[in-house]
Design a protein around this ligand. Structure first.
Ligand code: SAM
Length: 205
């Protein structure tokens, strides 16, 4: 089973487990770097919990998810048309001031992350801010039909270094916000996209 098939099959249980988790600390880190009304991509929106929060705060939100069941749920929950789209097929160019990829890129195999992260970074406008989170650790693990790519500060740093125009602003660890999982560690990161200046060759007049 792929991770997306897992979410299709377990949509109701996943929503029940995650829809009311308090993400305030992470919202603050991300939103404090965005202008009011900025356009945010919620990439792998799951229940739609974070999309709802951003909409209530006055941001413009586009939400996507690869799972048909999650898209159906999140569309009803948020009141916006959530798009069914996989990260592998992301097709936005310079469209967002912010990208929120909360606990979602972690399902991409390590060998495919460079490509998927490059695609996602291209969706950012100049000076755009990108939040992403992974389970903290090393290597790939499979559990109950889902695969996870765990990262450390070093392995995430290597992935980010390979991206054009993306710089790592900060990384920090948190514990899982669900009360029954407080011993699980998460790696959070904020990145920024800066358009590389076009090199011009000076020519005498
Ligand atoms: C752990 S959940 C996180 C959901 C939400 N961001 C949250 O924080 O509650 C991962 C989400 O990513 C979606 N997902 C997994 N792999 C994906 C892919 N390749 N493309 C698009 N979405 C994917 C899943 O359907 C699921 O909704």
């Amino acid at each position: 089973m792929t991770s997306i098939a897992y979410y299709d099959q377990h949509c109701d249980a996943f929503v029940a487990n995650t829809a009311s988790v308090d993400m305030t600390e992470l919202y603050t880190a991300f939103l404090s770097r965005l202008k009011p009304g900025a356009h945010i991509l919620d990439a792998g929106c799951g229940s739609g919990r974070d999309t709802c929060h951003f909409l209530k705060q006055g941001y413009h939100v586009t939400a996507i998810d690869g799972s048909v069941a999650m898209v159906r749920h999140a569309s009803a929950f948020t009141g916006i048309n959530v798009r069914q789209l996989t990260f592998e097929n992301l097709d936005y160019q310079a469209a967002f001031e912010g990208i929120w990829a909360c606990a979602s890129l972690l399902h991409i195999p390590l060998s495919e992350l460079p490509d998927v992260m490059a695609r996602m970074s291209e969706a950012l406008k100049n000076n755009g801010i990108w939040y992403l989170s992974f389970k903290y650790g090393a290597g790939e693990v499979s559990r109950d039909g889902r695969s996870f790519t765990n990262l450390t500060e070093e392995s995430l740093g290597e992935l980010v270094d390979a991206l054009s125009g993306i710089s790592l602003l900060s990384t920090w660890q948190t514990s899982d916000k669900r009360s029954d999982r407080e011993d699980e560690r998460w790696l959070n990161a904020l990145c920024k996209y800066s358009k590389t200046p076009v090199q011009t060759t000076w020519q005498p007049a």
